[in-house]
Design a protein around this ligand. Structure first.
Ligand code: FAD
Length: 374
């Protein structure tokens, strides 16, 4: 499918990977290399294996043995039941490390060479095992509290995530302690050159505060991934109903794009998107473009706005938009959805939003298997 506007829409978001945003070329340092320079950051054992760096390279039994894997921080885990979870990956790495420790030096060397060849073939920029650094190329405010962040990808690499998956970003606080949080890239999955993330900043949020203070184009940010359980294949569901609030739109964008970009995918898509006012709708222009497709529809819910206010307030809502005032509640869901076994629900919002939506759907006799929470 060809998009008509050079790959970017008015939100500044790439619509498809076919057209790229022109950028200057940048070099991106990988965390392992930095660590070698003495920045004191954790080092994946595979990275050190790749680089042939042996923590104990003293010619003794530990030759070609990389550093021991580092235990993930509690905040490295998003707590949503990813498979594999960062803690599973750590355990797996520990097993591999012990296995390697038991091997002869020649065997370790042979494995390192095989791994090096495999690495040169891969084109995925993210790794679930170690943090890699990506250069921030822009940080643009798109609503009162949300920012669109673009990160440079190494040449010829895609980010390497699948529909609905997320990645973990970590930054150091003022004491040098790492804080990690999960974010869902919204740019096309096969896009090279750069990837985009929509980030809401909380005035009292731990990572939000660091992002607000440190994000400047040119800075290097560490990412690890992909993670996430959601599995999508074309026509797997007859109808997808997406219940989102705020930046909960991010994983939905991936799903919507995957369906709409595939002309053989006839899945019906309905987005019920909640925000405080029309000014808080994120990626409105992109959603408008999705609305041109026969199988996509959107309904906006404003919790802090009424009809009178809306008519006085010039904002993003335009003629033809379907708008409701108030929250998404059980009666709205009942009247809008009926009860069909062919519906699959996707939910993403705040903890309380997610909890409420699940409660309403279960009360309406939809079953657990029909509900997926990102
Ligand atoms: C799978 C996944 C994908 C995500 N994708 C995105 C995305 O694409 N974009 C995005 O913006 N966010 C996304 N998030 C949320 C994101 O990871 C962070 O949670 C968010 O950015 C806040 O992080 P923070 O450190 O700034 O705030 P935190 O310090 O975690 O606090 C966030 C808010 O919660 C409040 N809070 C913190 N602790 C408590 C407590 N114990 N009790 C009550 N309130 C508390 C704080 O006051 C603050 O208002 C995603 C989360 C998950 C799990």
């Amino acid at each position: 499918m060809e998009w008509s506007n050079g790959g970017l829409n008015k939100d500044g978001v790439s619509l498809s990977a076919g057209k790229k945003r022109p950028r200057e070329s940048h070099t991106v340092e990988q965390s392992g290399v930095d660590d070698k320079k003495g920045c004191g950051e954790p080092f994946s054992w595979w990275t050190s294996l790749m680089l042939g760096i042996t923590a104990y390279d003293d010619g003794g039994n530990d030759e070609w043995l990389p550093e021991k894997p580092q235990k993930p921080l509690p905040s490295d885990c998003c707590g949503t039941g990813c498979s594999p979870c960062v803690n599973d990956i750590y355990e797996r790495e520990m097993e591999k490390w012990f296995e390697l420790q038991r091997m002869s030096i020649e065997e370790r060397q042979r494995i390192w060479r095989g791994k090096q060849e495999a690495q040169s073939e891969t084109e995925k920029a993210l790794s679930p095992e170690k943090y890699n650094k990506f250069e921030l190329i822009s940080f643009i405010q798109v609503s009162r509290d949300s920012f669109l962040c673009s990160f440079k990808l190494p040449q010829n690499q895609t980010l390497g995530i699948k529909v609905g998956q997320h990645a973990t970003m970590r930054l150091k606080d003022h004491e040098g302690k790492y804080i990690a949080r999960q974010y869902t890239p919204i740019s096309p999955l096969n896009q090279k050159d750069h990837f985009e993330v929509l980030i809401k900043l909380y005035s009292d949020g731990l990572l939000s505060t660091i992002i607000g203070a440190t994000f400047k184009p040119g800075c290097l940010v560490e990412w690890k991934g992909p993670f996430g359980e959601f599995q999508y294949s074309p026509n797997r569901f007859k109808e997808l109903v997406m219940l989102a609030c705020g930046t909960g739109i991010a994983p939905m964008i991936q799903v919507i794009r995957a369906v709409l970009e595939n002309e053989d995918d006839f899945t019906k898509l309905r987005l019920l998107y909640a925000s405080k006012t029309q000014h808080d709708i994120l990626l409105k222009n992109l959603i408008n473009e999705f609305s041109d497709y026969w199988n996509f529809s959107v309904m906006y819910f404003f919790s802090s706005c009424n009809e009178e206010k809306l008519s006085l307030d010039k904002g993003q809502v335009c003629y033809g938009d379907c708008v409701k005032f108030g929250r998404i509640d059980q009666s709205i869901l009942e009247s809008e959805l009926g009860n069909s076994e062919s519906i699959q629900f996707l939910i993403c919002g705040t903890k309380s939003f997610d909890k409420d939506m699940i409660k309403y759907l279960l009360k309406l006799n939809f079953n657990y298997e029909q509900i997926f929470k990102f």
